[in-house]
Design a protein. Structure first.
Length: 327
């Protein structure tokens, strides 16, 4: 699929308006247990996989020294087995409590702005950029930019500004990152903590996958200047945030697994051999049916190129929410 011609207009309008940050999507998606496209998960309870990977988005042409690796086939199977085990646990709990799985979700958001000093170059961005980022998330996850509507909307609860040169830039995998998150993270499993700042190694952002047991590393890290109206050329319409929140809700990259049948575990995202950069319309790197999903939020293309989640991704996110993050 090619670039939607009116996408840039919609996103520009989103930057100008901050009131949309308070609007909540009411899109509903039915809860359907996800059938994994990966190797069958074991039926017995399994140990939660070690959280050795987060997932990142990288600028075109960048080669991050410490870019978080793609999951191996073994690690992916472990995560899928853990999801199946978590779903069984939740189903047993809900049966005993008489509670139903959620079909719509409003996610509380706490934003931590990590600053070196009070200057814009030092990370001090205006609240209007953060409000616009929340608006972009709500548009993307409601399907307002052209993709499938998901169950999720986002409500900004708090902006927490922290001036600490020791945490600027934010270095992925460092003791400073752990110290920052351990000191600042707020809320339970259902609370999205977003950390904004200058990032190391040409990364645009990274995120943790959901786990059965909450730890302080849970959350999303995003390059400050990738927010709407930022200075990150080609990556300044807020879709790094959209991409990383997708990981936080249990989506893999569209190119996870390459051309193998399992791919990203979602049946309606065509297989893709490797990340797509810029906006290579018509690219087809696998023999399986369908062109590469370059307009999907979970690829690596320019913000102007990506505009959609699929119905399968929406289902996968909601299934994972009910397994891992629902109260």
């Amino acid at each position: 699929m090619g670039l939607r011609p009116n996408l840039l207009t919609r996103r520009t309008a989103g930057v100008a308006s901050t009131t949309l940050a308070l609007l909540l999507s009411t899109a509903a998606v039915g809860v359907v247990p996800a059938a994994s496209a990966f190797s069958a998960a074991p039926t017995e309870a399994c140990a939660e996989p070690a959280d050795v990977h987060s997932d990142a988005r990288v600028k075109a042409g960048a080669h991050a020294k410490h870019e978080p690796n793609e999951l191996t086939a073994k690690e992916t199977r472990e995560r899928e087995a853990d999801l199946a085990a978590a779903l069984r646990e939740r189903a047993n709990f809900r049966a005993g409590a008489g509670a139903a799985a959620l079909a719509t979700v409003t996610i509380p958001v706490v934003v931590h702005v990590i600053q070196e000093d009070s200057t814009r170059a030092g990370g001090n961005i205006p609240d209007s950029m953060i409000n616009s980022q929340i608006s972009v998330l709500n548009q993307a996850y409601a399907g307002a930019t052209g993709g499938a509507a998901t169950a999720f909307s986002f409500q900004l609860q708090k902006i927490n500004r922290v001036t600490n040169p020791a945490w600027f830039p934010i270095v992925q995998g460092s003791s400073a990152e752990r110290s920052m998150k351990s000191s600042l993270r707020e809320g339970g499993k259902n609370t999205l903590n977003i950390y904004l700042g200058e990032l190391s190694d040409d990364l645009l952002g990274w995120a943790t996958f959901p786990k059965r047991r909450l730890d302080s590393m849970d959350g999303v890290v995003v390059l400050t200047e990738s927010l709407p109206g930022g200075t990150a050329t080609n990556y300044n319409q807020g879709d790094t945030g959209t991409h990383e929140v997708g990981h936080w809700l249990n989506l893999y990259h569209t190119f996870q697994g390459g051309c193998r049948a399992s791919g990203d575990g979602v049946s309606d995202t065509p297989a893709e051999a490797e990340p797509a950069y810029q906006c290579p319309t018509g690219r087809d790197t696998c023999t399986a049916t369908g062109l590469d999903p370059i307009t999907n939020f979970m690829d690596y293309t320019y913000d102007t190129c990506m505009y959609q989640f699929t119905a399968g991704q929406a289902e996968r996110m909601l299934t994972a929410w009910n397994a891992y993050r629902a109260a």
